[in-house]
Design a protein around this ligand. Sequence first.
Ligand SMILES: [Zn+2]
Length: 499
Amino acid sequence: MMLLLIRPLTSALLAAGVLLAGVAAARTQAPAPYRVVATDATRTLPIARLSGSTDMVALDVLVQFFGLTMREDARTGGVVVSVQSQRVVLTAGQATVASGRRLMSLSAPVVKEGTTWLVPIDFLRVLDPLLGRRSEIRRASRLIVLGDATVPRLTLRVERTAAGGRLIVGVEPETATRVTRAGNQVTIRFQATALDVESLAEAPTDLLTAVRADGPTLLVDLGPTVSNVRQDDPRNESRVTLDLIGEPNATSIRRPPDFGASLPAPDLSNTVRTVVLDPGHGGSDVGRRSQDGLEEKSITLAVAQRLKAVLESRLGVRVLLTRDTDVEVAIDRRAALANNNKADVFISLHANGSPSQSLRGWQVQSLDPADYGGAPNPGSTPETASLSVPVVAGGTRLITAVPWHLAQIPHTRQSATLAQVMATHLSEAGLPSQPTPVVQAPLRVLVGANMPAVLIELGLLSNAQDAALLGDAQFQDTLAEILAAVIADARSDLFGRNR
Ligand SMILES: [Zn+2]
């Protein structure tokens, strides 16, 4: 299981994903970072720790983030932050700072820990007049809105109706929208920079399977029973109301595929040299479990081992597994193994479950860059020069100046291509897919991978048919054949061969 929905979860994952050298924070305990939205970019600002209930930021991180300068003042023992000719003086232990001639108070005292200065997040307000713009801090949403960026707050509610259901999206402040539908997905595009989405507690999965924010767009994946969608009162800018009209018996499932069909032998030329396969879960982390007690961790391992054998014998590709026994492997070590071995492709294997037992099928996922600071900005320098990635032997190692939590960003396009190639092969083999076969999502396991990377949910263990297939050795072989063909085929798409 690796299905992720909207913001609070995203923040929690980001919190775990941020690994910044030089920030005096216990990485496991660091609070969730803030998403900083400006009209030109969305970036991630890590929080070092809490002081009471106040989020504390490392001053050097903040200074780099906003392109300021800082220097310690040996005479006073304070630190001076400069914006061009304007100066702000901070003193350790004091909640009052001097900005020019003005004294401004902060919600918590400035702290000096070793060589690191920490300031409360509302220090941003002190910087606002100096930087000539406004900042709005939304603590609960882990969001900072800068300047002219607009980030409406959305609240989601689902109601049952006689015809099926209704999704009501409250919008504050009022914002114009455009609603479109393609297949099982409804897209609500807001005239805004980004969205601040409150989590949807319990959505009936027959009506909705996922709701995700992607920049200024809300993506709504419809459940299997919804046949029609109608927007009620489209001119209302404070509320988007979608009637989800059901088809009473719309649980038809595609015919199970014919697994006897043999697949074409993959091309043997070789540009992908190393593939890292990541069997999800392991050890005490069993993952999803079917009604019959079949565990996700054993399926992912079985498929990975079969795929490794096919790739090695048929394609001559070097294949490494993040685990080849039933052991627990920390999530960062999985991508770290791939980075360490300069893998060309990283594939994480999972199976999922759904509250709706009729729902079945595979789904291919790649990282959604929007949740990790947006697309790479060619002119920009990384937030910190001295960044390290965890390595397999333990400890960390400096790679290029790519922050760990951004390692996947330059590869997201190739990863999305790989996901498409995989989806095409799975469809052509006749395997049923989930309503949305290919998605981009905030995926913790992929974020540190410095190469094209995808995650495949092989099926839904909550569905009896899927569970029976996934536990079947012959079907596992079929999956291995299909995925090996994906690697053979993806080479040209990913690395420009035959194009
Ligand atoms: Zn999983």
